[in-house]
Write a protein that binds this ligand. Structure first.
Ligand code: FAD
Ligand code: SF4
Length: 327
């Protein structure tokens, strides 16, 4: 599959990138590592006139501990750097665990945290070549007006399939969004819309520039569990992140977030209340698993059945909580 023709633009500063994005908004695509964008362009899912290559913008790279104990991560920081950061492993381990499961070593070298947060949603009927999609009459997410997964509905259920966002949700992360008009900072929890087609709250002239982890979430035990077809290189088909703080054997706070089973990564409500001040046992962990399974809404967007994926959310939540409590 060949790439469509496009003009490659390579700004050297953030200001230059934002001005270029503003001028071409609507007809330009942002490239960070390109590990998802380029295959999607080959499948003609995107055919922009221009591609804005961010890779020369040094200020967008790096993991920078803050004076207050929090952390700032530049959007262009590679997944490999997250996986290898001793600071992250010590203080925000759920993020290194999730990063280490992404794709393969080569793709982790190229792929960035900004690209992982902004990753397009996935579906069996969408991540296909133009010829394949044409044969099926297209669908709501691209060029069509019906959904093959939920016929009769008007919503796209393509699944958000990034691994770091559930870990970041557990860590109460915020993202900085920049445009020529200025910068704003929002909770990652507010970044996703919950719809498979228009899945993120990002204007065409905006970039994600930085990720912030608060000091209050440092030193939580962290575990990430992931279901995929090929263990060596694959998107998640169900994923569970857990961050937990304990005092004297009792849980002080526990957070669980899931991915790949809804059009957005989701922080499971009421887990903290269920587990706070308790000594974790199998029954409690199972109850938290039931909560997570109830929130997951997998449909036939991938190779594995929705029933199996939902069950694995229940099982992984239980196992991840028990593992976090053993740390
Ligand atoms: C075989 C294969 C297996 C994979 N397995 C996994 C997996 O297991 N888990 C997983 O999470 N991902 C997986 N991926 C997807 C991808 O490699 C990762 O998600 C990676 O982190 C994407 O980062 P990137 O920098 O390459 O993004 P890009 O491909 O450059 O961009 C992805 C999207 O985000 C947008 N974007 C990127 N950066 C910004 C920014 N700063 N501001 C605004 N928009 C931006 C782009 O325009 C594009 O829409 C896989 C990909 C392949 C090809
Ligand atoms: S969920 Fe439906 S609309 Fe969305 S990509 Fe799949 S088939 Fe298309």
């Amino acid at each position: 599959m060949s790439l469509p023709e496009f003009k490659l633009l390579r700004p050297r500063t953030l200001e230059e990138a934002l001005a270029t994005l503003d001028t071409h908004a609507g007809n330009i695509r942002v490239l960070a590592g390109g590990t998802d964008l380029i295959p999607s362009m080959r499948q003609k899912l995107f055919e922009p006139q221009s591609v804005l290559d961010l890779r020369a913008i040094a200020e967008l790279r790096g993991i920078r501990p803050q004076a207050d104990g929090g952390l700032e991560i530049g959007a262009l920081t590679s997944i490999r750097s997250l996986e290898r950061s001793a600071f992250l492993r010590e203080h925000f381990p759920v993020l290194t665990e999730a990063a280490a499961t992404i794709a393969s070593p080569v793709l982790r070298n190229m792929g960035t945290i900004g690209g992982n947060i902004c990753l397009d949603t996935r579906c069996l009927w969408y991540n296909q070549s133009l010829t394949w999609r044409k044969g099926c009459g297209f669908c709501i997410k691209k060029d069509g007006d019906l959904c093959h997964v939920a016929p009769g509905g008007t919503k796209c259920w393509a699944a958000f399939s990034g691994d770091t966002p559930p870990a970041l949700l557990c860590l109460n992360a915020e993202v900085e969004i920049a445009s020529v008009a200025g910068r704003r900072r929002i909770a990652l929890n507010d970044f996703y819309t919950g719809s498979g087609d228009n899945y993120r709250r990002l204007q065409p002239n905006e970039l994600v520039t930085r990720v912030f982890l608060p000091a209050s979430m440092a030193d939580y035990h962290g575990v990430y569990r992931k279901l995929r077809v090929r263990g060596s290189i694959d998107y998640p088909l169900a994923g569970v992140a857990v961050a937990m703080k304990r005092t004297n054997g009792h849980i002080r706070d526990a957070r669980v977030a899931i991915t790949a089973v809804n059009p957005a990564p989701v922080l499971i409500p009421n887990v903290s209340e269920l587990l706070a001040d308790k000594n974790l046992d199998e029954t409690l962990a199972q109850m938290a698993g039931d909560l997570a399974a109830r929130v997951s809404k997998p449909l036939t967007t991938s190779a594995l059945t929705p029933e199996y994926r939902r069950e694995m959310i229940r099982v992984f939540t239980k196992r991840a909580l028990l593992a976090a409590a053993e740390n």
